[in-house]
Design a protein around this ligand. Structure first.
Ligand code: ZN
Length: 345
């Protein structure tokens, strides 16, 4: 009897302590991160020599799993620097949930001295190969890894881009929609929480999870908000753009209640219902006649294309009134290329 009651007391103690027990470790790509800890490691993509630098912050308190992923394209840098800095400022004692930083998703593309967005092994665009293939080319295997280990493990996902060497950008954020009312509303609300002024609604991507194509659409087609941020351009890594990134990332984290914030509310956001690409009908030398961020009227001259002798062979005009959000930065252009993107409210 005495023995039995001693067991009872031990059992009661066990239940009492398990009620206050710490959360289970977070498992990612063979790494186990205990609650209240941070781990930085390289994850290996199976059957390749590719590695991905990742940091996981596993909070003591329950909350969402959020991934912020940089370096999908090899020629976009400000988000990589922003994540390095964010890593040193996250307060693990206050963090609710789990924060995953993918510091550079596509290292082979990055280490071509940042000259190309594409993976050098197969010349593919990682952001067009999702959900990937475990037995495919290098980029397809990378996409497969990111789908299984990152997107599938996350509740919220943001892919962090910039303009490449030939591209000028006005900072903006894409809030995709996939026809799931609750998910679409949650995604837009989170995009607005970024504080970024220019928010673009985007519904052009496939709805099939087996053919999701892009990294954020892989999240959306799996029922999770998946945003794309575009900050910084021309293949540069300007301090101003890094700071703009950090502000947006802090707000995205606070926007899903993972960390408290004292940032002032942002005002004056513009929601664009369409993004229209103005393409050149001819090959030649492009001369812009508009500025990035400019509000242009329908019919306004946006640029001309000259032949190699200097004669005008095409005039590009605005199809609608809107804001110039992207602008080709280098003169040579090929027939059919999108040179200017106009955001339309
Ligand atoms: Zn990109």
């Amino acid at each position: 009897m005495l023995l039995q009651s001693r067991y009872l007391i031990i059992a009661l103690c066990f239940f009492a302590s398990s009620a206050n027990a710490t959360r289970s470790p977070f498992e990612l790509a063979g790494n186990s991160i205990p609650a209240g800890q941070k781990r930085s490691f390289f994850a290996s993509v199976a059957d390749t020599d590719m590695q991905i630098p990742i940091t996981v912050f596993h909070g003591v308190k329950a909350g969402s799993v959020l991934t912020l992923s940089a370096g999908t394209h090899g020629d976009e840098f400000p988000a990589i620097t922003a994540l390095q800095r964010l890593r040193s400022e996250i307060d693990l004692t206050a963090l609710k949930g789990t924060l995953i930083l993918v510091h550079a998703a596509n290292l082979p593309a990055l280490h071509q001295y940042g000259l190309s967005a594409l993976h050098p092994g197969d010349n593919k665009n990682l952001n067009r190969e999702f959900p990937g293939n475990a037995n495919g080319s290098d980029t397809e295997r990378l996409a497969h890894f990111l789908t299984r280990e990152i997107v599938d493990r996350s509740d919220y996902f943001a892919d962090l881009h910039s303009g490449s060497a030939y591209q000028q950008l006005w900072p903006h954020i894409y809030a995709p929609f996939v026809g799931d009312e609750a998910l679409d509303a949650r995604t837009l609300a989170w995009a607005k929480a970024s504080g970024m002024r220019h928010v673009i609604l985007y519904g052009d991507r496939p709805r099939d999870p087996a053919n999701s194509i892009s990294y954020p659409n892989t999240a959306m087609t799996r029922g999770k908000p998946g945003l794309t941020l575009e900050i910084g351009d021309r293949g540069h890594n300007e301090e101003e753009d890094v700071l703009t990134y950090l502000d947006a990332l802090r707000r995205l984290i606070a926007g899903i209640d993972m960390l408290p914030t004292t940032l002032p509310a942002s005002e004056g956001q513009v929601i664009y219902k369409h993004l229209v690409d103005v393409e050149t009908p001819v090959t030649g030398i492009f001369e812009p006649h508009c500025k990035i961020g400019e509000l242009v009227n329908a019919g306004a001259l946006l640029g001309i294309v000259r032949d190699y002798f200097g004669e005008t062979i095409a005039e590009l005009r605005a199809p609608n009134r809107g804001v110039v959000l992207m602008l080709r930065h280098a003169p040579p252009v090929n027939k059919g290329a999108g040179l200017i993107s106009i955001g339309i409210e």
